[in-house]
Design a binder for this molecule. Structure first.
Ligand SMILES: *[C@@H]1O[C@H](CO)[C@@H](O)[C@H](O)[C@H]1NC(C)=O
Ligand SMILES: *[C@@H]1O[C@H](CO)[C@@H](O)[C@H](O)[C@H]1NC(C)=O
Ligand SMILES: *[C@@H]1O[C@H](CO)[C@@H](O)[C@H](O)[C@H]1NC(C)=O
Length: 407
């Protein structure tokens, strides 16, 4: 009887039918130059398969980029891609831009400018560039080593060449800064006027980078802090408390004047906030304490709606958000005031969507979802005999059909 009830419950809680499972791994594999090199890395501890957890993603044409932060030692490469042309669900990650850029320097070796030490999320912009937020920090949960300072690393996706490496300024950083996300604001007609917005979840700030000025500034606001009542999580059978501040950022449609609304939320929070990009892009205004009221409260999403990443589909005017405590993904159409009624859960699966870590809407209006059971990886241990990491894709219009998001 109980079993029957549980089955019935899990069926109605499973809303993954609209999702197409594109990748599913027990452990992540990499495209090593040779078996010999792989063996050597395994023997030396430079590669510990169980320590390679995929976390962030974004798509450019036939490449699906994935990040593998150096939480623990033995990460083969922190940035790579999966070829979307191959129909192999357990495809190997191909390091990007190459193996060398992803290899930790030995001894006094000075890494080349295109190196990636550890990255959480990346962003493909509308000018065929890949923006990587390299934290420079290896072995985060073990013996943390700051190998290079946090930097924005930008590649030309057409040539795979480095366009720029910008080291964040000392004034952009604080002692417990943690940069795990990056969004890019650019009009494809004016590629050299790009801005990047980088949330600091550890010290509750936002760093703005202007490509044209090659300058950055740090923005402060109370809305960047976590809610002390919303830091309790239960995910994949693990209970934990987090204090992560501003995290998910997503840009709304461009207005007539060229500016956009940046929607944002702290991770340990159920509220959504916003600010117009004209506030952030002007260094004077952005750093002026009198700008306090230029930041808006959009609303409260309701219980258990804590979210990591978010992204926006402009055609449907819908914001998508991961739902960490609900093993799923939700949507909200900003035409409606945000509350628990205007938020719709569009995907949920108590196994396959444990810790939806990153989502992205691609130019063809597919929503990509990466789930990776991260709390089990951090606080317990993943079971390598089971599927632990999954990447799904779904059509935005299919997801929001018959929900409050499609108005
Ligand atoms: C899929 O990729 C994995 C990892 O690269 C490889 O071991 C396996 O042989 C591939 N499967 C097929 C059917 O090509
Ligand atoms: C950007 O500024 C940094 C100093 O913050 C400098 O080292 C770098 O050369 C500049 N890059 C460009 C492209 O101007
Ligand atoms: C930034 O805002 C200030 C104050 O409103 C204004 O005086 C200044 O011209 C603006 N700067 C730019 C580059 O738009």
């Amino acid at each position: 009887m109980w079993k029957l009830l549980l089955v019935a419950l899990s069926v109605c809680l499973t809303k993954a039918a609209k999702l197409d499972e594109v990748f599913a791994w027990n452990e992540l594999s990499f495209a090593w130059p040779s078996d010999e090199i792989r063996e050597k890395a395994l023997n030396s501890g430079d590669y510990v398969p169980a320590n390679n957890l995929p976390l962030g993603l974004d798509r450019w044409k036939d490449k699906l980029f994935v990040t593998v932060p150096r939480w623990k030692a033995g990460v083969a490469a922190s940035l790579g891609y999966l070829p979307l042309s191959s129909a192999n669900k357990t495809a190997s990650v191909i390091p990007y831009p190459d193996w060398k850029a992803n290899t930790l320097p030995h001894g006094d070796e000075k890494p080349e400018d295109n190196h990636i030490i550890s990255t959480f999320r990346v962003k493909v912009d509308q000018c065929d560039r890949l923006w990587v937020m390299d934290t420079g920090l290896a072995d985060i949960l073990g013996e943390p080593k700051q190998i290079s300072p946090p930097a924005i690393v930008v590649f030309d996706l057409k040539t795979d060449k480095l366009l720029r490496r910008y080291t964040l300024q000392p004034t952009d950083l604080k002692e417990d800064s943690f940069f795990a996300n990056i969004v890019v604001d650019v009009d494809p007609a004016e590629c050299d006027k790009a801005f990047a917005y980088i949330p600091d979840l550890g010290e509750y700030g936002l760093v703005v980078y202007s490509w044209a000025d090659n300058d950055s500034w740090r923005v402060k606001h109370n809305f960047f802090y976590f809610d002390p009542l919303k830091g309790d999580f239960n995910v994949g059978g693990v209970n934990f408390q987090w204090t992560d501040g501003v995290f998910g950022l997503a840009l709304g449609p461009r207005q007539q004047d060229g500016y956009r609304t940046l929607y944002f939320h702290p991770l340990a929070s159920t509220r959504e906030f916003s600010v117009n990009t004209h506030v952030l892009q002007n260094k004077t205004v952005a750093t002026d304490p009198h700008s306090y009221y230029l930041f808006k409260i959009e609303g409260n999403r309701g219980d258990l709606t804590q979210a990591s990443a978010s992204d926006f589909d402009e055609k449907a005017n819908v914001l998508f958000l991961t739902q960490l405590n609900r093993d799923g993904v939700a949507c909200w159409n900003p035409k409606k005031t945000l509350n628990s009624q205007s938020l719709a859960l569009v995907a949920q699966d108590k196994e396959a969507l444990i810790f939806t870590n990153d989502i992205k809407v691609d130019p063809e209006r597919n929503l990509w979802i990466l789930s990776d059971k991260m709390p089990i990886f951090i606080y317990k241990q993943l079971d390598a005999s089971q599927v632990n990491y999954r990447i799904f894709k779904a059509k935005v219009d299919d997801l929001i059909k018959d929900t409050v998001c499609s108005v």
